[in-house]
Design a protein around this ligand. Structure first.
Ligand SMILES: [Mn+2]
Length: 322
């Protein structure tokens, strides 16, 4: 009987798996992950009857055909996620799913409920990483954390999330499976931050990239929206998603888009709805090929340069103040 641990290569995916495996160790599981935007991960799983596939933080809608293939083959699937899952509820005797697309939860918070709060510090970290600051603070109530510790967990969540951004694995400081292996020995994220060389490397890379991003000028900017275009460089591809989150917090009533050049005159687009009204980002992005995500945070893969004006127009219209 083989185990497959399939997880998004961002903070939420890593922290969800880490919580589960602290509670239910499974040393021989095959790790299947990738850059944050690589979400069609189930196609890489070849499970047979009796195998157990654990799936964390990737859209069921984007993996539906392969999920059906694995269930049909007789695999047991445990699935936690908060991304768009399609219009119909998914049901199968071998499928155990905890899917909640509320903008207040992330996958690690769903796992935290499942584990009755056993490793909540990592769920708090992940919620910060997924830009769900209020949910992170709510989850942390009763843990007795100081404001300094909360801020540290926020930085850790942002760093783990930031590591997943990039066009290819070579853009990243760490392969997400390697980063998961680095956190694996630490039941307490505060010890990971204090002791792990991997964290020192990730944190200093994060600060250097943010510094480089600071002086970008807007393509479009008014009271309700702002869009920024980054240069064609690995640091820009790494920092793009974090930049969108930081802009969102600096201007909570404004929607933000960050366009990052990738190959073939195309852009990766990160969209954040206004924090004051976190809705519409997924509806905007699904108007374009390879667009999707959550109501508060969504994106488009490979937007052609020729479609940028159309995107900016749709973006401004989506978030125009009524
Ligand atoms: Mn997530």
């Amino acid at each position: 009987m083989a185990h497959y641990d399939v997880f998004n290569g961002d903070a939420d995916g890593i922290c969800a798996l880490h919580q589960l495996r602290l509670a239910q160790p499974c040393a021989d599981a095959e790790l299947i992950t990738g850059i944050k935007r690589e979400i069609a991960l189930l196609k890489r799983v070849q499970a047979v009857a009796g195998d157990i596939v654990t799936v964390l933080d990737i859209s069921l809608d984007s993996n539906r055909a392969d999920l059906e293939r694995l269930l049909h083959a007789g695999a047991q699937v445990l699935y936690f996620d908060h991304h768009y899952a399609g219009d119909t509820l998914f049901a199968h005797p071998n499928f155990n799913g905890r899917i909640d697309t509320s903008s207040l939860v992330c996958t690690s918070l769903l796992v935290d409920v499942w584990l009755h709060g056993a490793h909540r510090l990592w769920a708090v970290t992940a919620a910060f990483g997924d830009n769900l600051h209020a949910s992170a603070r709510r989850a942390a109530e009763g843990l007795g954390l100081s404001e300094t510790e909360l801020t540290a967990l926020q930085t850790l969540g942002e760093c783990l999330n930031y590591n997943g951004y990039g066009e290819q694995l070579a853009d990243l400081w760490f392969h997400p499976a390697e980063l998961y292996r680095a956190v694996q020995p630490y039941a307490d994220p505060r010890a990971f931050m204090a002791e792990a060389p991997a964290y020192q490397k990730l944190h200093s890379g994060y600060l250097a990239d943010l510094d480089a991003a600071e002086h970008q000028t807007a393509l479009l900017e008014n009271e309700s929206v702002a869009a920024f275009q980054l240069p064609d460089a690995p640091w820009a591809r790494r920092v793009s998603g974090i930049l969108a989150n930081r802009l969102a917090h600096a201007h909570p009533t404004r929607a933000h888009a960050v366009l990052t050049p990738v190959a073939d005159a195309r852009y990766t687009v990160s969209v954040r709805a206004p924090l004051s009204h976190p809705a519409g980002a997924d509806a905007l992005c699904r108007q374009f090929p390879n667009g999707g995500g959550r109501s508060a945070a969504a994106g488009i893969n490979g937007l052609p340069e020729s479609d940028v004006p159309q995107f900016l127009q749709a973006f401004a219209a989506q978030f125009r103040r009524q």
